[in-house]
Design a protein around this ligand. Structure first.
Ligand SMILES: Nc1ncnc2c1ncn2[C@@H]1O[C@H](COP(=O)(O)OP(=O)(O)O)[C@@H](O)[C@H]1O
Ligand SMILES: [Mg+2]
Length: 238
């Protein structure tokens, strides 16, 4: 393969995927024959009301859940061929996660939270870990909070810690599931400005939200309802 070929491989390619959840004796059809390609450098926004299947789709992209059928290619590799161990590694090294509820660990201080993905990957010495954690914390404007307990921070500050944590292994893709959902609109805007800046610097981002106002931050928007992708017109008229 030439360099050109490598860079023309989409980062994510989902083809004809379906997802069913068993519910009692029945199967709930949650993702319906979806096709989605995500290219490097995009800030992709997946818009949909609650229950449309956004988190399910994110969990699949993030190797936290499996498709029922179809194919998932991550950076040209067939995800179905990966072992659980390989998936954990991919998650840790190539993906950064940001959630509505932050999911910080309250018994650890700010910097220890940010160091965690590096602790899991185990490929950095103590000093290097601290240095990188400090670097990403200053990037999100929290250089003076490194030793604070996360419970003493505001929601917006906690989300910034989570962003630093998502960045610390220099992932190929940042995945954000309703990252502003628990924040007031001004704080949410601060978070979106950080994500936009990261994207401008080349980071690929996929974010899901139910908030139509978030569209302005994206380089591409797709619309989802009841497990299907809709056109903008179909979505807004639904
Ligand atoms: N583990 C599960 N088992 C059964 N049903 C689920 C499960 N997770 C999600 N669902 C259902 O799948 C649908 C889509 O959920 P979800 O992906 O969380 O949507 P969204 O993130 O857009 O709100 C909903 O009807 C939800 O109740
Ligand atoms: Mg959700």
């Amino acid at each position: 393969m030439t360099e050109q070929d490598i860079h023309s491989t989409p980062l994510i390619e989902l083809t004809d995927i379906n997802k069913y959840y068993p519910v009692g004796k029945n199967q709930l059809h949650v993702l319906k024959n979806l096709n989605l390609t995500i290219e490097r450098g995009e800030f992709l926004m997946i818009m949909g009301k609650s229950g449309s299947g956004k988190t399910t789709l994110m969990n699949i992209i993030g190797f936290l859940d499996q498709i029922s059928d179809g194919t998932y290619q991550f950076d040209g590799e067939d995800a179905s061929k990966l072992s659980e161990n390989e998936k954990s590694k991919l998650r840790n090294q190539y993906l950064g996660f940001i959630f509505q509820q932050f999911f910080l660990i309250p018994s650890l201080n700010v910097r220890q939270n940010v160091e965690l993905p590096m602790v899991y990957s185990g490929n950095k010495k103590d000093g290097k870990r601290k240095e990188l954690a400090n670097h990403y914390l200053s990037l999100v404007g929290l250089e003076d909070k490194t030793h604070v307990k996360t419970t003493e921070l505001s929601g917006g500050q906690q989300q910034r810690v989570a962003i630093a944590r998502a960045l610390v292994n220099d992932p190929l893709l940042i995945m954000a599931d309703e990252p502003t959902g628990a924040l007031d609109s001004e704080t949410g805007q601060d978070i979106m400005n950080i994500l936009t800046e990261l994207n401008k610097q080349g980071k690929t981002i996929v974010m899901v939200t139910h908030d139509n106002d978030m569209r302005k931050y994206a380089t591409r928007v797709i619309y989802m309802k009841d497990g299907l992708f809709l056109t903008e017109e179909e979505y807004l008229n639904a």
